[in-house]
Design a protein around this ligand. Structure first.
Ligand code: PBG
Ligand code: ZN
Length: 328
C-alpha cells in the first residue's frame, strides 16, 4: 500500500456483538409513551383511516388495549378525550363528568400503576376547534388560562398522574402549577408541550380527535417551523414557570430542536412522534416500499440520539414487541 491507513473505524463494526458493545444509545420499552383516544358512547372501537392500527375507544372498550399496553411493559399513556358535545367555551374539558375525567377514573381504578398523562387543551371540546377561547376571530390568551387550570385540576382530581398542557398559550404552565398546588396536587408534575410547532403533521390526529380548527389556523399560538431561537425562549419560560418535563413536537423534522433542548435545560425531554409521521411510515410500509420495523426503530433511535429521554409514539406497542423479540 502506498500509504498507511491510521484510523480503522470498521474494527468496531466487525460483528453484531462488537457493534452492541460500543452502541451509544438504546430505545427501552420504558421510554415509550402510548397515546390513546377515548370517545363518548358504548361498545365503540373506531378505526382511524389515516392512522392504521390506531382506534378511538369508548371507556368500556379501553381495557383490551390497556391490557396490551401493560403486557408489553409500557409504563405510560397519553390520554385524549373526544366529547360528543362541543361548545364555544369547551365546557366539556373541565367538567368533572367529562369524557376524559371519567376515562381517567376508570383507568386508574383498573390499572393503578399505569402512569396516565392527561393532555390539557380545549381544541377537542370547542365548537370552533381552537385551543383557546375565541372573540372576534381572535384566540384569547389570558381568558383561556383559568379554563386550562380548571381542566388540569379536575383531571388531577380524577387521578391523572401527569398534566400535559398542549395549547401553547403564554403563561399557562405557571398558572396550572399554581392551581394544582392550591388544590393539594403539589406532587403532580407538569409535562409541558414547550416547543410545539404549527405543523402539517397533525392532520391525522385532528381526524382522530375531531379537533381541526373550524376557521383559520393555529399559527398565532403554535410556533413557526422556521424558528429555533424561539423554541429556546419557550423552553426557558416553561422552566421558569415550574415545568417538570418538556415536549418537543413534532419529532422527526425537529431533531435539531430536540438536541438544543437538551443543551439549554436539565429537565427530562419527550419527543412527540406525531400522527402525520406515523401515517407516512404506515403508508409506505403498507405499499411494501419500506421495512416498517426497521424504519420505525431507526426513527426512534434517532430521537434518543438527538436527546429525547422519552418518546410519545403511536408505534409504542409494536416497538415494544420488537424490542422484546430482538436477540443480540
Ligand atoms: C391538541 C393536540 C394536538 C396534538 C396533540 N395535542 C393537535 C393540534 O395541536 O392540532 C397532535 C398530536 C399528533 O399529531 O399526533 N392541541
Ligand atoms: Zn389544542
Amino acid at each position: 500500500m502506498a500509504y498507511e491507513i491510521k484510523t480503522r473505524t470498521r474494527r468496531l463494526r466487525s460483528s453484531e456483538a462488537m457493534r452492541t458493545l460500543v452502541r451509544e444509545n438504546e430505545v427501552r420499552v420504558t421510554d415509550l409513551i402510548y397515546p390513546m383516544f377515548v370517545i363518548e358512547g358504548e361498545n365503540i372501537k373506531n378505526p382511524i383511516a389515516s392512522m392504521p392500527g390506531i382506534y378511538q375507544y369508548s371507556i368500556d372498550r379501553m381495557d383490551e388495549e390497556l391490557d396490551r399496553v401493560k403486557q408489553v411493559g409500557i409504563l405510560s399513556i397519553l390520554l385524549f378525550g373526544i366529547p360528543s358535545h362541543k361548545d364555544e367555551q369547551g365546557s366539556g374539558a373541565y367538567n368533572e363528568q367529562g369524557i376524559t375525567q371519567r376515562a381517567v377514573r376508570h383507568i386508574k381504578k383498573k390499572y393503578p400503576d399505569l402512569i396516565v398523562i392527561a393532555d390539557v387543551c380545549l381544541c377537542e371540546y370547542t365548537s370552533h376547534g381552537h385551543c383557546g377561547l375565541v372573540s372576534d376571530g381572535r384566540i384569547l390568551n389570558d381568558a383561556t388560562i383559568p379554563l386550562l387550570c380548571k381542566m388540569s385540576v379536575t383531571l388531577a382530581q380524577a387521578g391523572a398522574d401527569v398534566i400535559a398542557p398542549s395549547d401553547m398559550m403564554d403563561g399557562r404552565v405557571g398558572a396550572i402549577r399554581n392551581a394544582l398546588d392550591e388544590n393539594g396536587f403539589t406532587e403532580i408534575p407538569v409535562m409541558s408541550y414547550s416547543a410545539k410547532y404549527a405543523s402539517g403533521y397533525y392532520s391525522p390526529f385532528r381526524d382522530a380527535a375531531h379537533s381541526a380548527p373550524g376557521f383559520g389556523d393555529r399559527k398565532t399560538y403554535q410556533m413557526d417551523p422556521a424558528n429555533s431561537k424561539e423554541a429556546v425562549r419557550e423552553i426557558l419560560a416553561d422552566v421558569e414557570e415550574g415545568a417538570d418535563m418538556i415536549i418537543v413536537k413534532p419529532a422527526m423534522s425537529y431533531m435539531d430542536i430536540l438536541k438544543e433542548a437538551g443543551q439549554v435545560c436539565r429537565l427530562p425531554i419527550a419527543a412527540y412522534n406525531v400522527s402525520g409521521e406515523y401515517a407516512m411510515v404506515k403508508a409506505a410500509a403498507m405499499h411494501g416500499w419500506i421495512d416498517e420495523r426497521r424504519v420505525v426503530m431507526e426513527n426512534l433511535i434517532s430521537m434518543k440520539r438527538a436527546g429525547a429521554n422519552m418518546i410519545i409514539t403511536y408505534h409504542a406497542i409494536d416497538a415494544a414487541q420488537w424490542i422484546a423479540q430482538s436477540v443480540l
